[in-house]
Design a protein around this ligand. Structure first.
Ligand code: AMP
Length: 279
């Protein structure tokens, strides 16, 4: 595995990579969710570039940029063990030089849900992902369903800006008890870790209700909020039953939906989602 920092070095190495090239962008502190993307890219592509960059512009002023967990030596070992060809660790100064002033902004699908709770978040995400795409010029890029809105937003950006890149969304990887893997799970103390199970429990309760014939969007949101309210440590930020493509909140009977939620436990904000109904 080649570990590179500078865009010039990446681009020189990129020229020698066999087609198709897969890109896996991450913020590091890797877990099985990230590794599942790397493995899928390894299976489907001749060459794999994986990146680690804790992107400051997607964090709000009150968020955890400075405290975001980091373990570079472990991450690089995991990339290497899973067949990454190039680990690219972009430098802050090169990604955001002092006179940086160009932003990528996707409009409608960034407005609800995470966009509403985290103003500016998706502007940071789409800008950095566009920069990674331009520098690495992958044929395919791999993202996780765990960040469902991010997946929709990046698909839209790639389509609208004509990036010749296939966007591949991989299933959410969970701990054995159902908690979606996240680098932020390390913030949870044992009681909070137990309480965090309420996210998946709520999604499953709504999914079960749906399977049992309750298909009214508002009822499904109620099932989720009722379940969350049974966990005293959990403070819900939103529960949603939305159109999986437009992310507009649904009302009345639904045949398919993205059900999603954001919950704060202690100081940790957790999100999770499920796609329900016909595919
Ligand atoms: P992050 O390092 O949090 O920016 O995540 C990097 C990529 O890994 C994103 O595409 C995430 O959606 C994806 N990812 C994070 N957690 C999971 C998970 N539990 N299962 C699948 N993909 C994930």
């Amino acid at each position: 595995m080649n570990t590179l920092y500078l865009i010039d070095d990446l681009q020189a190495a990129r020229k020698k990579l066999a087609f198709p090239v897969g890109l896996v962008p991450t913020m590091g502190y890797l877990h099985e969710g990230h590794i599942s993307l790397v493995r899928r890219a390894r299976r489907e592509c001749a060459s794999v570039i994986a990146t680690i960059f804790v992107n400051p512009t997607q964090f709000g002023p009150q968020e955890d940029f400075a405290a975001y967990p980091r373990d570079l030596p472990r991450d690089l070992a995991l990339f290497e063990q899973n067949g990454v060809d190039i680990a690219w660790l972009p430098e802050q100064n090169e990604m955001y030089p002092p006179d940086f002033q160009t932003w990528v902004n996707v409009e409608d699908v960034t407005q609800p849900l995470e966009g509403k709770m985290r103003p500016g978040h998706f502007r940071g995400v789409t800008t950095i992902v566009a920069k990674l795409f331009n520098a690495a010029q992958p044929d395919r890029a791999y993202f996780g369903q765990k960040d469902a809105q991010q997946a929709v937003v990046i698909r839209k950006m790639a389509e609208d800006l004509n990036f010749p890149i296939e966007i591949i969304i991989c299933p959410t990887v969970r701990e054995s008890d159902g908690l979606a893997m996240s680098s932020r799970n390390v913030y949870l103390d044992p009681a909070q870790r137990q309480a965090a199970l309420v996210l998946y429990k709520s999604l499953k309760a709504a999914h079960e209700a749906f399977i049992n014939g309750i298909n009214d969007a508002e009822q499904l949101r109620l099932v989720m909020s009722d379940t969350i309210s049974q966990e005293p440590l959990a403070k819900p930020q939103y529960v949603s039953c939305a159109n999986p493509e437009t992310l507009e909140e649904l009302s009345g009977p639904v045949s398919r939906a993205l059900i999603s939620l954001a919950v704060v436990i202690g100081k940790t904000r957790l999100i999770d989602n499920l796609l329900i109904g016909e595919v």
